[in-house]
Design a protein around this ligand. Structure first.
Ligand code: JB3
Length: 228
């Protein structure tokens, strides 16, 4: 018997998660919910968009008990946090989406609903919280501690024993030196090289990374806005 799963969000990130779940024989994705009415009754990677978040309660009553968070994040992880908490409050389990081409140490610990993309590496004794994304080709080295809702973007590298606080974002191809601490909700810009601790809520960019305002850093939402 396959587990029925609903996806929350129907954009670019959802398409990548659907790719992963499509290869798992125990998963049946029954549909997606998205608050953009223009997507209702369309299909994303062959999966129907059933309606807005408001129908999740009804789906749960009909017996769908598992979900994935199909919305990604660029800098701001707050929407993913809200959607995760909403789904949990409605009683959904968040399914793990771990690509078969990711390399996850048996000695790593992953929290609820991890999303681990193709080519990602999570090394020995790394500990990840709930709802974490380790995006394509990213590296989380040994003994890292990555808190709930963190997004490590494509190709980023956390060297050994780095700590990343709740809801923080580490941008594509950023590099974080060993034992650095990145505070809750901090944002590390794409390509940054982080050699000093980052305080909670700060935005850092550049080589070596320095603190900037979000406007200076040019960080904001940037969905891919295409059907692929
Ligand atoms: O960089 C990479 C590899 N991936 C990025 C990913 C991590 O984040 C990707 O390039 C995008 O920048 C972003 O993906 P995401 O979040 O799928 O963005 P986008 O393609 O813009 O789709 C977001 C979808 O979320 C849209 O269809 C929105 O309508 C939907 N959405 C927004 N708010 C929502 C809500 N859906 C639901 N169910 N509920 C909401 O509150």
């Amino acid at each position: 018997m396959r587990t029925q799963v609903v996806g929350i969000g129907a954009g670019g990130h959802a398409r990548v998660v659907l790719d992963i779940l499509g290869a798992l024989p125990w998963v049946q994705v029954v549909g997606l919910v998205d608050n953009d009415p223009s997507l209702f009754d369309t299909r994303v990677s062959g999966v129907p968009v059933l309606g807005p978040d408001a129908i999740l309660g009804e789906l749960h009553r009909e017996g769908v008990r598992a979900a994935f968070i199909g919305v990604g994040s660029v800098g701001d992880t707050s929407l993913r946090i809200r959607l995760y908490e909403m789904a949990r409050a409605l009683g959904f389990e968040i399914v793990p989406a771990i690509h078969q081409g990711a390399c996850v140490s048996a000695a790593a610990e992953l929290g609820a609903g991890p999303t681990v993309m193709p080519g990602a590496v999570i090394n020995a004794c790394a500990v990840l919280g709930a709802n974490v994304i380790v995006n394509s080709g990213a590296i989380v080295e040994h003994d890292c501690r990555v808190a709930d809702h963190v997004h490590i973007a494509s190709g980023a590298c956390l060297a050994g024993a780095v700590r990343v606080g709740r809801g923080a974002f580490v941008g594509a191809r950023a590099v974080v030196r060993q034992r650095i601490v990145i505070g809750d909700g901090a944002v590390v810009g794409a390509g940054a090289v982080v050699v000093r601790d980052v305080r909670p809520g700060a935005v850092v960019t550049g080589v070596p990374a320095r603190e900037r305002t979000a406007a200076e850093a040019g960080i904001g939402a940037a969905g891919c806005g295409s059907a692929c």
